[in-house]
Design a protein around this ligand. Structure first.
Ligand code: SF4
Length: 424
């Protein structure tokens, strides 16, 4: 039996998780996004474009002409340009990328091209910020559509995390701006942020003895944290935090949720005293859709099939799957499978479709029967890519993502701690 795998996002409203995705890209862009430029409260460095404001000539240009312009601009800019494409990005865009990878691999790819003065990041805002923090001062990072944010990253803003930190530190009886180790040499608490967060939150971690993690190194990072602290405040993704800590043997009862809209996050002081991991109330709208019943159905339809899901999925889904891992781990899992195998995957549809196309001798399909791409990544259309590249050829730098030095320095500290704790 074969599975019909949709090859591209051109979604019928009946099959998509968001009926608006069936609209054309410009109609979709005209919808309110995650803030006018990026993550909700971040400043817009250069608001030369907004959703729906791509120059009309690019909106109306036939697809082949857009691709021809992209190829021409790439040839003109040559070594001065590097285009980075995220695994979840649509094929029409990633076909032009020099590197394809997850957010951290792409940030590092930018470092591998120091001669490139323009880094065009076909991902979302927090990824472009990280690339700017890690790249050389003379390199410019460009996000083709400033409305390409991340709904999960927007679920934890700097003010809410600062307020939470102050409340938590009060419970533990420590100065929030100077948390010092107790007699046993350990801190009462330490902040850990997922890579999918604003630069401001990475800087918060840098200033408070904390660290950044990715979905591929979260275990090593939590081990680093627990060597230094009794507890961790983990944001913004509750699921990655819970799944990782549970796999390390921490009971779920010691992982209270922190709801930023409630006093003490909705917890009692006693809850917080016995906590090991305080989980921020955040999630990925794509990965929270996966369910145990989808896994049951895959196994009923394909006895003997294997199931792998991303750790941003809910805990019962991770528990029911055969394996869980980052986008890179999922790629390696598929690569290590044998021809003829059936693999059901719980992650973003563009990556699943690409793997299905790459391994036509396996049956590879997405657990979710409803097509649900990352709708913020979807905002980067070849029209935006053609436009920013043409602008670069003309000597202009639209949509530049530039993290201010006072944020970049402590954010870099938290990223460097991650590199030292979990080299990749
Ligand atoms: S897939 Fe989820 S976490 Fe990843 S960029 Fe999209 S919304 Fe954010």
């Amino acid at each position: 039996m074969t599975v019909s795998v949709p090859q591209r996002i051109g979604l019928s409203p009946a099959k998509s998780c968001n009926p608006k995705l069936a609209d054309g890209p410009w109609e979709f862009d005209a919808l309110p996004g995650y803030g006018p430029g990026s993550s909700e409260t971040d400043p817009i460095p250069d608001a030369t474009t907004r959703p729906g404001q791509l120059p009309r000539a690019y909106q109306e240009m036939p697809a082949e002409q857009l691709h021809a312009r992209i190829r021409s601009a790439k040839a003109t800019l040559a070594e001065r340009l590097v285009i980075l494409g995220h695994f979840y990005q649509r094929d029409e865009v990633v076909q032009h990328a020099d590197f394809l990878g997850d957010s951290y691999q792409l940030a590092k790819a930018a470092l591998a091209k120091p001669e490139a003065e323009h880094i065009v990041f076909c991902g979302v805002h927090f990824m472009a910020e990280t690339a700017d923090i890690l790249s050389a001062a003379e390199q410019q990072v460009i996000l083709p559509n400033l409305a390409a944010g991340c709904s999960m990253a927007d679920m934890a803003d700097e003010d809410s995390v600062q307020t939470a930190w102050e409340e938590i530190c009060e419970v533990y009886g420590v100065d929030p701006e100077n948390v010092t180790p107790g007699p046993d040499g350990k801190l009462p608490i330490l902040p850990v942020t997922y890579m999918n967060s604003s630069a401001a939150l990475k800087a918060f971690c840098g200033r408070h003895g904390g660290i950044v993690c990715t979905s591929s190194n979260a275990t090593a990072v939590l081990e680093w944290a627990f060597a230094r602290a009794h507890r961790v405040l983990f944001f913004p993704d509750q699921h990655l935090g819970r799944n990782t800590a549970k796999a390390m043997g921490i009971p779920v009862e010691q992982m209270p949720m922190w709801n930023p809209r409630r006093a003490l996050g909705g917890n009692s002081p006693e809850d917080l005293q016995q906590a090991k991991v305080l989980l921020w109330h955040g999630f990925c709208s794509v990965h929270k859709r996966f369910t145990v019943s989808q896994i049951d159905k895959a196994r009923a339809d394909y006895p003997g099939c294997r199931v792998i899901v991303h750790p941003e999925s809910p805990m019962p889904v991770v528990d029911a799957a055969d394996a869980a891992g980052s986008t890179d781990a999922i790629r390696k899992y598929v690569a290590a499978s044998a021809p003829g195998e059936v693999i059901a995957i719980g992650t973003e549809i563009n990556l699943v479709n690409r793997l299905a196309a790459e391994y036509p001798d396996r049956t590879i399909f997405c657990l979710d029967p409803v097509i649900c791409p990352c709708s913020t990544m979807y905002r980067i259309h070849p029209g935006y890519l053609a436009w920013v590249l043409d602008e670069l050829v003309e000597g202009r730098s639209p949509n530049r993502i530039s993290v201010s030095p006072d944020v970049a320095a402590p954010a870099r500290l938290a990223l460097d701690r991650m590199l030292a704790a979990a080299p990749k």
